[in-house]
Design a protein around this ligand. Structure first.
Ligand code: UD1
Ligand code: CA
Length: 482
């Protein structure tokens, strides 16, 4: 094969009106990642000489924030956006005439290198990936001749009965020789329902020149699907999730219900991992052997050691467990939470930026922030580390085998010594020594013979005057305050 550089053109300058979003469409997420990043990653996997990202005036800045600087990526402004053909034309001046050009659409995220390579490597001056979706809807229809060559692509809005009857649609993924493409594009005219310069008009030109485009087909039901409105995005998301779930099942991850599982990132799972229904995993999640995740939980960027168990309704972000722990139900663990082996974190416990050593128990209703808690300590129900003084955050250090009674407030910075016992309900503002009982609360006292003030006797209800002109409301008020 001839040596020819590959230039990828990614079209992302359209306004995506059908999405009705304030966000540029290429930035909407599929499986937790912006559509555009799916496309760019597929492009990068082909090791092209350059990627030309065509953006509109408004989209430039937000796209830049998400895409960032990438080697070999060039930004091309198309202003105003006058159609897909016009968009490709905007990129062509920086593409050498001998290049192979691959056009990808910023709203077609289900593309991967194996799908694209045949088009890139084809010798035909023009090649296109076509698909046969169950509902050809608004896609451009592909007219094929008897030998499967492309006669034309007609947009749905401009299509007559013959074109509409074609089951084949244009995925928008096109490869062409730069020189030919440039020649065809200069001949485009906006004579169509939308008054735009359609990239798809090049197919009829190639056919007329006797060098029709070669069509590559895909059997993959989600490959090359476009995302034009919220409904298409939602259905692609479901299909994508289903596929990821099948893949995990094949690896032996035991998903209770593959249709009630969402992975918005990457999961690395050991053996015998069990995931109950309605679990959402985001970012990078690593689950060791035998980890079990209960229903209705969300984990983001977590690493849980083998044997750890997350019970129902937990929200975990940036959590690392270094040994088998039990978390939840209803625990909220925030970034910087490190749990050693045999830690138990129970219901309505919030932890942030804290390390709990082996065997620590915080089973009920606590807030532990900026704390380090020594091995085997027990944190009683309702205990709070008061880590914030309105200005800065302070640390709480609790030694090994301490026992902090229920409902204590530990005003940081503070240190609780090893094997210290803190009486329930204490508000500690000073360090508590090791091996001692510390109490900081009003001593309990009893006043013998004390009587409650006698209640004045009230008239029976039927003898009372209504309190306001609205007699009904008045009555209600009386009854409630009685
Ligand atoms: C386009 C194709 C259609 C195909 C479908 C596949 C054309 C004329 N139609 O239709 O045949 O079936 O994709 O999904 O090519 N864009 C620009 N600049 C513009 C206009 C669009 O960069 O001036 C970008 C958009 O941001 C989008 C992509 O090009 O990422 C496709 O544009 P869109 O308007 O969504 O085209 P479709 O109507 O979906
Ligand atoms: Ca589209």
């Amino acid at each position: 094969m001839r040596e020819r550089p590959l230039h990828v053109v990614v079209l992302a300058a359209g306004q995506g009106r059908r999405m009705r979003s304030a966000l540029p469409k290429p930035l909407l997420p599929l499986a937790g990642r912006p559509l555009l990043l799916h496309v760019l990653e597929a492009a990068e996997a082909l090791s092209p000489s350059a990627i030309h990202l065509v953006h509109g005036r408004a989209g430039g800045a937000p796209l830049q924030v998400v895409v960032g600087d990438r080697p070999g990526l060039f930004w091309v402004l198309q202003d105003p956006p006058l159609g897909t053909g016009h968009a490709v034309q905007a990129a062509l001046p920086s593409i050498p005439g001998n290049a192979r050009v691959l056009v990808l659409l910023g709203d077609v995220p289900t593309v991967w290198p194996e799908l694209l390579r045949p088009l890139v490597e084809a010798e035909d001056p023009l090649a296109v990936l076509i698909a046969r979706p169950a509902d050809p809807g608004g896609y451009g229809r592909v007219l094929l001749d008897g030998e499967g060559r492309v006669r034309a692509v007609v947009e749905a809005r401009d299509a007559g009965p013959e074109a509409l009857a074609s089951p084949w649609v244009n995925t928008g993924i096109i490869a062409a020789s730069a020189g030919e493409l440039s020649r065809w594009l200069t001949r485009l005219e906006p004579r169509n329902a939308q008054g735009e310069y359609y990239l798809t008009d090049v197919f009829a030109m190639a056919w007329a020149e006797g060098r029709p485009a070669r069509a590559f087909t895909t059997e993959d039901p989600i490959a090359g699907l476009g995302v034009n409105d919220a409904a298409e995005l939602a259905s692609l998301e479901r299909a994508w999730q289903r596929r990821q779930a099948e893949h995990l099942l094949q690896q032996g991850v035991r998903l209770a219900d593959p249709s009630r599982f969402d992975l918005r990132g990457r999961l690395k799972a050991g053996r015998d991992v069990e995931i109950d229904v309605d679990v959402i995993l985001e970012g990078e999640v690593e689950l060791g052997d035998g980890v079990r995740i209960g229903p209705f939980s969300r984990l983001r960027d977590c690493r849980l050691a083998a044997g750890s168990e997350v019970l129902a309704h937990c929200d975990l972000e940036g959590v690392v467990s270094e040994g088998a722990c039990r978390i939840g139900p209803f625990a909220r663990l925030r970034p910087g939470t490190r749990l050693a082996a045999a830690v138990q974190v129970g219901n309505f416990v919030e932890i942030k930026n804290s390390a709990l050593a082996a065997g620590v128990k915080a089973n009920h209703l606590s807030y532990l922030g900026d704390a380090s808690i020594g091995e085997g300590s027990n944190i009683g129900a309702g205990t709070i580390t008061c880590n914030y003084d309105g200005l800065s955050k302070h640390r709480t250090v609790i030694g090994a085998r301490a026992f902090v009674g229920s409902n204590c407030s530990l005003v940081a910075p503070i240190t609780i010594g090893e094997e210290a016992t803190i009486g329930a309900g204490s508000v500690l503002t000073k360090d508590a020594p090791a091996h001692a009982l510390t109490l900081a609360r009003a001593p309990q006292r009893s006043i013998p013979g004390w009587r409650r003030a006698a209640r004045p006797r009230r008239k029976p209800l039927e003898q009372r005057e209504p309190r306001s002109e609205n007699a009904e409301a008045g009555k209600l008020g009386d009854e409630q305050s009685a």
